[in-house]
Design a protein around this ligand. Structure first.
Ligand code: NCD
Length: 297
């Protein structure tokens, strides 16, 4: 594995070995040590993904450059390719890139061949493969019978790179059913896997796992606008709506959550919530990805 760009580039065995390695790192807390450098290049805001990569890298002995875009020479007109050449010349070999443009990390990966490994930390509305990996790690940890699971994703599916990568992940690992629940304005234009419904009750009925999504206000065009009150009334994850799912349902969300919009606080902080477990697992999932890239060099 040279780069980590999309779930589609991976085989069943590759994904399962990453999940099992991540669970093993979590269980043993025995971390190997690799001496190389990673740079975080985030052209979009982030809390958990950026810090998670930093902590993951530090756990396995890597040194991290947190590239500060606002104070960098890109503000003087330097292009990102030159930034990467420059950092690479100083010994950085792994580049974690988040960018608002679909396909941006893939284009960078295609333009560099030697000593540059790119990890996609989220590109536009397209893909977020490490999020899908940590989500599936969390599900597998608690419900390993994937081929019997009914998973529901609810929210702004039109703009969600997390949902896209999860569709590919569920298809690859043979999840029984994936329900994609959204009002018409947030329904995806292309579906890789799963079936779309605008009925929250139909989608949540007997679900084993429910994943909420944030409304991506920063990506909304005017025609995709929806009244928050109307969204809440019909699509919010509340005690009432979650009661349609199985009693032992896992409630998940990639974060950041908007409390009182797509999910109620008592649920987010309640016993069915795995939201902070996802965050915790993200560090181990990213350690497994970083290690794979380093070992395959
Ligand atoms: C997601 C993202 O950036 O795509 N967050 C994350 O990485 N944990 C989802 C979001 O921003 O809503």
């Amino acid at each position: 594995m040279m780069h980590f760009l999309e779930i589609n580039q991976l085989s069943y065995d590759e994904v399962m070995s990453l999940i099992k390695r991540a669970l093993d790192l979590k269980a043993t807390q025995v971390f190997p040590s690799y001496s190389c450098r990673m740079a975080n290049l985030f052209y979009e805001n982030s809390t958990r993904t950026r810090v998670s990569f930093q902590i993951a890298a530090e756990h396995i002995g890597m040194r991290v450059v947190n590239f500060d875009l606002d104070r960098s020479s890109e503000q003087k007109g330097e292009v990102v390719e030159d930034t990467i050449h420059t950092l690479s010349a100083m010994g950085v070999s792994v580049f974690v890139i988040r960018h608002p443009q679909n396909g941006f990390p893939q284009a960078i990966a295609g333009a560099f061949h030697k000593n540059v490994h790119v990890i996609n930390a989220g590109d536009g509305t397209h893909a977020h493969p490490t999020q899908a990996l940590l989500d599936m790690m969390t599900i597998y940890e608690h419900k390993s019978h994937l081929s019997e699971l009914k998973i529901a994703i609810v929210g702004d599916l039109l703009h969600s790179r997390v949902a896209n990568s999860l569709q590919n992940m569920c298809a690859l690992l043979g999840v029984a059913e994936l329900r994609l629940i959204a009002p018409k304005v947030f329904q995806p234009k292309i579906v890789q896997f799963g079936h779309v419904t605008s009925s929250l009750q139909e989608g949540l009925q007997d679900a084993d796992v429910v994943i909420g999504l944030r409304i991506q206000r920063e990506r909304l065009s005017l025609d995709a606008c929806m009244e928050i009150d109307a969204y809440r009334r019909d699509y919010a994850l509340t005690k009432h709506s979650l009661s349609w799912a199985k009693p032992d349902v896992m409630l998940m969300h990639p974060g950041p959550i908007n409390r009182g919009v797509e999910i109620d606080s008592d649920l987010a902080d309640g016993p069915q919530s795995f939201i902070f477990e996802q965050v915790k697992n993200g560090v181990f999932a990213r350690m497994a990805v970083l290690e794979r890239l380093i070992l395959d060099r």
